[in-house]
Structures are given as structure tokens and as C-alpha cells.
Write a protein that binds this ligand. Structure first.
Ligand code: BTN
Length: 325
């Protein structure tokens, strides 16, 4: 009912009387008044003027299900949506829902995470109300090997959404870090349940630093607020990420990963740079030349040979100075 009142207020131009609301939504005037009080407690700023009625002045900066779903331009992504105040990790919550049969496109988001996690066993700092932290359940017809490309597709979608909403063009560091001027703005984590040759489901987790001030960021990180000097609507951003992700995902089902990988290359900060890739077997250094068919990073070593890495931590290194000075 609260969602219906908010929708009604949003769709009314100017003030709307309690009588009109009670008539249209078939509830008593007393119930309208009670719901207005509840909405105010949730952070909605609702003006009330005698003889005129109510007017919505502003909505709270909170990831509320009905706010996200209002004007969400997707077919299925985010139509099943769980918004939590605090959770250990949205990955765990989404994984549990997926095991329970959640449909493709089910999303779990949270205002804060107590054990947000990143790739390679790292944590993900998730201060309350500052970022977008969410996980989405996908059920693609892919082999486990092919899911590496899903991570690249997600990185492209998040970069596109950030650009659409804020104008900030985040570059992608292989496989899935979004950077602005070398500082980390967002990260993507892919986890899955699979049989030998078939994925049962994939959970993609996205963390974006949105309204963090500098003291609310870990070393080497940035936020959209730092980059734009403006406060950004996390709701608008989440809606846009879900819409872009769905577009790219449906495109992949129709036409394969080609278009997303082409866009990944456009947005890449890794390709054509000298890199060092650290993985459990040690490190490899060379020129990042391309992305393999499976989504791995192709590196040309100094002896001219090309090797492929499917996982690992990449750092940019300065080219080796050669020749006489
Ligand atoms: C990385 O950069 O290593 C990936 C970071 C992914 C963080 C997101 S926040 C939402 C979801 N829940 C988590 O615990 N992690 C992902």
C-alpha cells in the first residue's frame, strides 16, 4: 500500500487531497494519514497543507524495492528484488536464493555488508548507504569455462551504466576492475554452481563506490562523488546497471559474446600495456595484446611467445628501457 501511495504522489502534479487518495486507493482518510506518517519515518519528505493536501517533496536516499522498480526498464532483471538493510554479503544471500530455485534476474541488494568480498580472497569495504552493493542470479546455458566472458560482459555493462548516469568513463582493468585515473571505482565478482560441463547458476556481484567521501574509501579507491563532486542517486544508478546488464546478456544469448568483448576492448586500460600478472604459480610479465576466445588475457612475453592467463592479479608496469642512451 505504501508503494501505491508513493506512486500516486509521484504521478500527481502538485498537491493531492487526502480525499482523492482515499477514494482512488480505496482506504479510509485515517489510513491515508497513518501511511503518510510511516512514509515520513522512512525518509520521504511529504508536505501537507490544509485545503490543498499532500505533495511529495523528495524521496529518501535508500535502496527501497518499490523505488528501484518504479521506472525500471527491464524485462526480468530486478523484477524479483530483495533489498536488505545489512547482510554479511549479498553473494551469500543470492547464492542461497539460487539454490532454492530463484528465477533468473533475481537481485539482492543491501545498504551495507559486514563481510563484503572481492576476488582473490579480498574484502570489499561496504559502508552503509554509500555504495551500490548487489548480486544477481543468472542461469545461462554455458560451460563453466565460458563464464569468464560473463564477467567481462558485466564489467562492460557497469561501465556503460556509470557513464550514462554520471558521464564518468571508467576504464576496465582485466578482468573486471573499473578504474578512474588508476583508482578503483567498482569491482565485479562471479561465483557459480556447476556440473562438469554445464553451469547450474551464476551469481554476479557488483560493488560501486558512489557517495563515499575520501575518508570513507580504502587506499587506491575512488568514488563517483569524488570524481564528479556531486551526490549521485544510487537508485538511478542501480536501475541503469540492471538495464544495461540485461541488454548485454540478452544480446549474448542472441549473438554470442562478440559485441560485449569488442566494447570491453574499447574500454580496456589493460590492452597494449605492459603488465605483470600474479597467480598462484608466480608472476608473468609482458605486453597485454588481446583477449582469448574464452575471456583470458593474452600476453606477449619478451621472447615473443604468447601465453594465456585465465585468472590472477594484474598490475601495470613501465616498459623496459632498451637500447643505448
Ligand atoms: C573485486 O573487485 O574484487 C570484486 C568486488 C565485488 C564486490 C561486490 S559488492 C556486492 C557483492 N557482494 C560481495 O560480497 N561482493 C560483491
Amino acid at each position: 500500500m505504501l508503494a501505491a501511495i508513493v506512486r500516486f504522489l509521484k504521478e500527481s502534479r502538485g498537491y493531492v487531497s487526502g480525499e482523492e487518495i482515499s477514494r482512488d486507493l480505496k482506504m479510509s482518510r485515517a489510513a491515508v494519514w497513518k501511511h503518510m506518517q510511516e512514509l515520513r519515518k522512512m525518509g520521504y519528505d511529504i508536505a501537507a497543507v490544509p485545503h490543498l493536501g499532500y505533495r511529495l517533496e523528495s524521496i529518501p536516499d535508500r535502496l527501497l524495492t518499490h523505488e528501484i522498480q518504479h521506472e525500471l526498464l527491464t524485462e526480468s532483471f530486478g523484477k524479483e528484488l530483495l533489498c536488505l538493510d545489512s547482510v554479511d554479503s549479498t553473494m551469500n544471500a543470492a547464492f542461497a536464493l539460487a539454490l532454492d530455485g530463484a528465477v533468473e534476474g533475481t537481485v539482492v541488494c543491501a545498504e551495507s555488508q559486514t563481510k563484503g568480498r572481492g576476488r582473490l580472497g579480498r574484502g570489499w569495504s561496504s559502508p552503509k548507504g554509500k555504495g551500490v552493493y548487489f548480486s544477481i542470479v543468472l542461469r545461462p546455458s554455458l560451460s563453466p569455462m565460458e563464464t569468464a566472458k560473463l564477467t567481462l560482459l558485466a564489467a562492460v555493462s557497469v561501465s556503460e551504466a556509470i557513464e550514462e548516469v554520471t558521464g564518468v568513463r571508467a576504464r576496465i582493468k582485466w578482468p573486471n576492475d573499473l578504474l578512474v585515473n588508476g583508482c578503483k571505482l567498482a569491482g565485479i565478482l562471479t561465483e557459480m554452481r556447476a556440473e562438469l560441463d554445464q553451469v547450474r547458476f551464476v551469481v554476479i556481484g557488483v560493488g560501486i563506490n558512489v557517495n563515499n567521501t575520501i575518508s570513507q574509501l580504502v587506499d587506491g579507491a575512488t568514488s563517483l562523488r569524488q570524481e564528479t563532486q556531486q551526490s549521485i542517486s544510487r537508485i538511478a544508478l542501480l536501475r541503469s546497471v540492471l538495464a544495461r546488464l540485461e541488454l548485454r546478456y540478452f544480446e549474448m544469448r542472441r549473438a554470442g559474446f562478440g559485441p560485449a568483448i569488442a566494447e570491453w576492448k574499447e574500454r580496456s586500460v589493460t590492452l597494449n600495456n605492459r603488465v605483470r600478472v600474479q597467480d598462484p604459480n608466480g608472476f608473468t610479465e609482458g605486453l597485454a595484446v588481446d583477449i582469448s576466445d574464452e575471456g583470458g588475457l593474452l600476453i606477449r612475453l619478451d621472447d615473443g611467445s604468447i601465453i594465456k592467463r585465465m585468472a590472477g592479479d594484474v598490475t601495470m608496469v613501465r616498459p623496459v628501457q632498451t637500447g643505448a642512451s
